[in-house]
Every structure is written in C-alpha cells, then in structure tokens.
Design a protein around this ligand. Structure first.
Ligand code: IPE
Ligand code: IPE
Ligand code: MG
Length: 251
C-alpha cells in the first residue's frame, strides 16, 4: 500500500476464481475427519455467491475437485462425490430463482452416470439465467484444459476447417474453458498455500493473486471483502507502464 493509503486503483473484480483449500486442516483442528471439513466447506458457497452478487461480481469460479484429487483415500473421494451430487440437486432451483447460470467445467467421464446426469440437469435448469455465472471446476486440471483446446484445434485442422496459420493465442483462447466469461480478475486461495495446484493456468495469466491463511470453511464475507479491497489497490499494468508512475521523464 505504501503512501497510497486506501486509494483505489481499479474497479471491483468482474470475475473471481477461488481455490477452496483447507477443509482437512479445519476439521483436524477440531479433531474431526476431513469429511466434516468438506461438509462445512460446501456450506460456505451459498453465502459467498450471494455476497459476490451484491458486490457486482458477475462470475464466480470455484475449484471443487482437481484432476489430482482422485488420489485421495476412496472414502474421502466418495464423500466428495456425494456432496457434489446433493449440492447440485439442492441448489440448482435456488440458483435459477436468483437468475444464476450454473456450469461445471472439467472431465465428466470419470464421474458416475448418476452424477453426470445431475450435472446436466442443473445446467439445464439454469441455462437461460443471465444475472450471473457460477462455475464449478470438478475433475478439472489446467493442463487438461489446455490439452483439450489443442485437441479441438487439431480436429478442426484435420477436418479442413482451420489452417495451421490460424492457430494462435486467440484460437487457443476460444477453446479454453471460461472463454465466454469476463477474464478472471482475482484468483483467491485459502488455507495459506501459495500455489496454483493445476487450476486455471491459461486464464490466470494476468489475474491478481490473493492468498489468505483463512481456512476455507472460515472464509466469510469479511474475508471476501478483504480480498476485494486488496485487489482494488493493485496496479494492473498488463505489461505496460502506468501513466503516472514517475518514469515518463526518464523514458
Ligand atoms: C480442499 O480442502 C478441498 C479439496 C481439495 C476437495 P483439503 O481437503 O485439501 O484441505 P487441506 O488442504 O487438507 O487442509
Ligand atoms: C487444490 O487443493 C484443489 C482444490 C481446492 C479443489 P489441494 O489440496 O488438492 O492442493 P495441493 O495438493 O495442496 O496442491
Ligand atoms: Mg488441500
């Protein structure tokens, strides 16, 4: 912050992405199993979505299950799948009533057919909503995302629909998940870890990163406000030079 005080440099984020981490540690501190932490973590989502909407955030993307999380103990994976299923069944109608469009990104073929159906139904129920977007990344990996975009471009070339010269950043971007939403302005990770863990690698190229020690089940409105406040004090330069940064005279 320095001499800037609380002066705001940029408007609020239009798109926030969150790595919801720390459920296991939250539970362990209470002598509980990781499952209890995951249950408490899911409970955070509803209020967070409401809080985001009231702060003018248009899109919220949540990392719920990474492509590497299959390595967790089978009982934990089972519990996470069942929480995901009941979340979709319970929340889709509420989201529709609030005008929020739900989308799930990631591989789907490793989910049970019951869960795949619940995903499709939830997306269908909220399909025409236009008051905001909630994206759940499940069995998602940033490397998978880039690879599937590459495969789709290769298919277009094979079918003669695209020339090799027409493979550029915009072409990749158009096949990457979230391409139709505003860019991810702010990427938050809870629990104190400071890594991306294979989340949105391509999309986060110019996201502002915010790490907090707060564990996910404790992440409340005040935590969100802190992240947004810090974001608004950042200088986003996108590789350029801010007009008033004092270097113009020497240039
Ligand atoms: C995040 O919480 C939720 C998932 C990865 C599904 P963790 O379960 O990773 O919590 P910690 O990191 O063990 O505290
Ligand atoms: C990242 O958390 C994935 C989600 C929050 C869904 P992890 O707990 O799996 O990440 P690592 O293992 O600490 O990198
Ligand atoms: Mg973790």
């Amino acid at each position: 912050m320095g001499s800037r005080g609380t002066e705001l440099n940029c408007p609020g984020p239009r798109h926030i992405a969150i790595i919801m981490d720390g459920n296991g540690r939250w539970a362990a501190r209470r002598g509980l199993s990781p499952s209890a932490g995951h249950k408490a973590g899911v409970e955070r989502i509803r209020d967070l979505l409401t809080a985001c909407r009231s702060r003018g955030v248009e899109a919220l993307t949540l990392f719920a299950f990474s492509s590497e999380n299959w390595q967790r103990p089978p009982k934990e994976v089972e519990l996470l799948m069942s929480l995901f299923h009941s979340y979709l069944r319970k929340e889709a109608r509420r989201m529709r009533d609030e005008g929020v469009r739900l989308r799930v990104i990631g591989r789907r073929d490793r989910f049970s057919s019951r869960l795949q159906r619940a995903i499709e139904e939830a997306e269908e129920i909220t399909r025409d909503c236009d008051q905001g977007d909630l994206v759940i990344a499940a069995d998602y990996g940033g490397r998978w995302d880039i690879a599937q975009a590459a495969r789709r471009l290769a298919e277009e070339v094979t079918r003669g629909e695209r020339s090799l010269d027409a493979i550029d950043e915009d072409a990749v971007d158009s096949h990457i998940q979230l391409a139709d939403l505003p860019p991810v302005d702010l990427l938050i990770r809870s629990s104190g870890e400071q890594r991306i863990s294979n989340f949105i690698l391509w999309q986060a190229a110019y996201s502002e990163l915010f790490f907090t020690d707060t564990l996910w089940p404790d992440f409340d409105e005040a935590a969100l406000d802190e992240a947004i406040e810090v974001f608004q004090q950042r200088d986003r330069r996108f590789g350029g030079r801010a007009e008033d940064d004092g270097t113009a005279v020497q240039a």
